[in-house]
Design a protein around this ligand. Structure first.
Ligand code: FAD
Length: 347
C-alpha cells in the first residue's frame, strides 16, 4: 500500500500486455529440476489461468540431458522446455546466463520472467533485467494478478504491495517457500512438455564474461539441503563453542534434519556461513523448526517465521523466540539436548 500511494500518477512506459506468457529459469542438479524451480512454476501459474509457461534449462553433459527429460514431465503447467545445450553453461555462472535470457527475450517476447529467489536467481535475474532495461521485483511472496505483487520489507516486519507499471518483461524473483508445489500437482504430472533447442549462434564468444568457474564445495552431501529440508535444527550463541555445536549436528542426524545457525554463531566461526538462517542468510519454512540457544532477533525471525511448527529451547523466559514458537521450553540446552539425544531412536 505504501508503494501504491507513492506511485506516480502518469506513466511514460507502456504497461505490460494482456496476454501472459512466462519464462521460468530452471535450476537443475544431478539430473533433476530443483524443487525451488517448480515453486517458480507454481508462482507463474498464479499470474493468470491461461498462462503459457516455458522453462529454460542450460547446461551440458549426461546429467543435463536427464534434467531436460525431468523438466518435461515435472509440472503439468510447463508447456515447453527451452534447452540451451552448451559448455558455456556447464556451471551456473551469472554472466552467460543473463546474456542467454536477454537473447531469448528478444526473440520470444515473454510478458514475465521468473526465477526462484535463491543465490542463482538473485545473481542472474537482476543482470538480465539490466540488459533488458527493466526493473526487477524481488522476493515476491504473493501474486494478485499479472502485475500486483506482495514482498516483505524491513526484515519481514511489513509487507509491501507493489504494482508493476513498466514495459515487458515483468521480471520477478519469488520465495520458493511461499509457492509450494501441491502434492496433487506432483502426482498429476504432465504428459510431457515439448522440448526445443535454443539456437545459440547469436551468443558471442565473450559471453562468458569475467567470471570463471573454480570449484564447487558442498558442506555435507549426506544431510538434507537447508533450503528445502522438512526439519531444521538450529543452534545459536547459547551453544558457546564449535565443539558444543556438534550436539546440534548429532540431533539433526538422528532426525534426518538439516542444520541451521544464527549469524552470531557463523560470525564466531563455529560453522560456515551457508548454514545461516535469516535476513542475510537462507529463508526456510520447514514443517518443524527447532531452535536451541537462539534469542530470536528480528533478522533471524525473517528467515524462519513461516515454519509450520516452531520449537524453541532457551534459558531466558523473555527471549523473543518464544513469541513465534508453537512449543517453548525454558531450560538449559546442555541438559535438554543430551536428553533428546538419548530418547530419540537412531535414524
Ligand atoms: P544471542 O542473541 O546472543 O542469543 C543467545 C541466546 O541463547 C540467548 O537468548 C540466551 O538466553 C540463550 N542461551 C544462552 N545459554 C543458554 C543455555 N545454556 N541454554 C539455553 N539457552 C541459552 N542473525 C541471524 O541469525 N541471521 C541473519 O541473517 C542475520 N542478519 C543480520 C543482518 C543485519 C543487518 C544485522 C544488523 C544483524 C543480523 N543478524 C542476523 C544478527 C541478529 O541481530 C542477532 O545478533 C543474532 O541473530 C543473534 O544470534 P543468537 O540468537 O545466536 O545470539
Amino acid at each position: 500500500l505504501w508503494a501504491l500511494s507513492k506511485r506516480p500518477r502518469c506513466f511514460h512506459r507502456p504497461s505490460i500486455s494482456r496476454s501472459i506468457s512466462t519464462l521460468v529459469l530452471g535450476e537443475h542438479e544431478n539430473g533433476s529440476i530443483k524443487s525451488q524451480s517448480l515453486s517458480a512454476v507454481e508462482a507463474a501459474k498464479s499470474l493468470s489461468d491461461d498462462n503459457s509457461v516455458s522453462m529454460l534449462l542450460a547446461g551440458s553433459g549426461p546429467s543435463f540431458n536427464e534434467a531436460v527429460k525431468h523438466a518435461a514431465s515435472s509440472h503439468p503447467s510447463i508447456s515447453q522446455v527451452l534447452v540451451a545445450d552448451s559448455d558455456k553453461f556447464a556451471y551456473p555462472i551469472a554472466e552467460p546466463w543473463a546474456k542467454l535470457v536477454h537473447m531469448i527475450q528478444q526473440r520470444e517476447k515473454y510478458s514475465h520472467i521468473i526465477s526462484a529467489s535463491g543465490s542463482f536467481g538473485k545473481n542472474v535475474l537482476p543482470r538480465a533485467a539490466a540488459l533488458l532495461d527493466v526493473s526487477p521485483i524481488t522476493d515476491v511472496i504473493e501474486i494478485s494478478g499479472s502485475s500486483q505483487f506482495v514482498r516483505p520489507i524491513y526484515a519481514g516486519n511489513a509487507l509491501c504491495t507493489v504494482r508493476y507499471t513498466g514495459a515487458n518483461p515483468c521480471m520477478l524473483t519469488v520465495r520458493a517457500t511461499s509457492f509450494p508445489m501441491p502434492k496433487s500437482s506432483a502426482e498429476s504430472r504432465s504428459n510431457g512438455a515439448s522440448i526445443s533447442q535454443v539456437d545459440l549462434s547469436a551468443l558471442d564468444e565473450d559471453s562468458i564474461g569475467k567470471s570463471r568457474y573454480v570449484k564447487h564445495t558442498s558442506q555435507d552431501a549426506e544431510r538434507p539441503d537447508l533450503g528445502s529440508a522438512r526439519i531444521v535444527v538450529t543452534g545459536g550463541r547459547g551453544l558457546k563453542s564449535a565443539e558444543n555445536f556438534k550436539m546440534i549436528e548429532k540431533l539433526a542426524e538422528k532426525l534426518g534434519a538439516a542444520v541451521g545457525a544464527t549469524r552470531a554463531v557463523v560470525d564466531a566461526g563455529f560453522v560456515p556461513n551457508d548454514l545461516q538462517v535469516g535476513q542475510t542468510g537462507k529463508i526456510v519454512a520447514p514443517e518443524l523448526y527447532m531452535a536451541f540457544g537462539v534469542s530470536g532477533a528480528i533478522q533471524h525471525l525473517a528467515g524462519m517465521r513461516d515454519s509450520k511448527v516452531i520449537v524453541a529451547v532457551n534459558k531466558d523466559a523473555d527471549a523473543p523466540i518464544f513469541q513465534v514458537a508453537d512449543y517453548g521450553l525454558v531450560g538449559d540446552l546442555f541438559e535438554v539436548i543430551p536428553e533428546l539425544l538419548e530418547k530419540f531412536p537412531e535414524k
